[in-house]
Design a protein around this ligand. Structure first.
Ligand code: ZN
Length: 217
């Protein structure tokens, strides 16, 4: 199949993440699952501002190179393991975003202090530390997403966060919502008071009002 259109989509999403500073330099990576089951993913160690759409690499679901001159992201197993664990997920964003990393270092999950964190299936948990780029990163992250089917993002201790979505726009928004939720939680904690999470009643009301229209999208 012709991968050009999908390479362009991954390129555009990555640059959009650079624009909002969720991804800086070459730290972080983006992928989309393709109709033929393969995966289009950002290349390893290229400054995204200098990347071109054709630098996006195509790998199969096991991370083997299908097409491309560049080396696929060193976190390709993080992406492919999540696709294997969650058939509803068609795009993955991994970012080294600062507020998410900060909370991961103290192993604090992100409670439901705002609707953004509710919409990513929060409270957003923190997975343990594993050396970046090793198979353990993908294995453990995929287990979190497999056991919590509503979960759309995860903090990675001392490393970053990973967000998933039904398509690239959805994964992009879920990454943003997670980072903005972490920033809001951080700001609230600065008051010295305990931030209050949405109550069960608040959640029921939100679901009654918004869940059906969201599902129709
Ligand atoms: Zn990383």
């Amino acid at each position: 199949m012709n991968y050009l259109e999908y390479k362009q989509q991954v390129y555009d999403t990555t640059l959009s993440l650079v624009d909002i500073q969720l991804i800086r330099l070459s730290a972080g990576n983006v992928s989309v699952r393709l109709p033929d089951g393969n995966v289009a993913i950002t290349p390893s160690a290229i400054l995204y501002r200098k990347m071109v759409p054709d630098d996006i690499v195509i790998v199969d679901i096991n991370g083997n190179l299908i097409e491309g001159d560049k080396k696929p992201s060193s976190e390709k197993a993080l992406h492919t393991d999540i696709y294997k664990a969650r058939p509803d997920v068609n795009a993955v964003v991994h970012a080294h975003s600062v507020y998410s990393i900060a909370f991961s270092t103290v192993e604090m999950e992100l409670p439901l202090v705002c609707v953004e964190l509710f919409s990513v299936g929060g409270p957003v948990p923190v997975m343990g530390y594993y050396c970046p780029g090793t198979p353990e990163v993908g294995k453990v992250a995929a287990e979190f997403f497999a056991t919590r089917p509503r979960l759309k993002s995860l903090l990675m201790k001392n490393h970053g966060m990973v967000a998933v979505g039904k398509d690239l726009d959805d994964a992009y928004q879920n990454a943003y919502k997670t980072e903005i939720g972490a920033e809001i939680y951080h700001l609230a904690l600065q008051t010295g008071k305990k931030p209050q999470a949405l109550t069960e009643e608040n959640i029921q009301e939100i679901m009654a009002r918004y869940q059906k229209p969201q599902e129709k999208k």
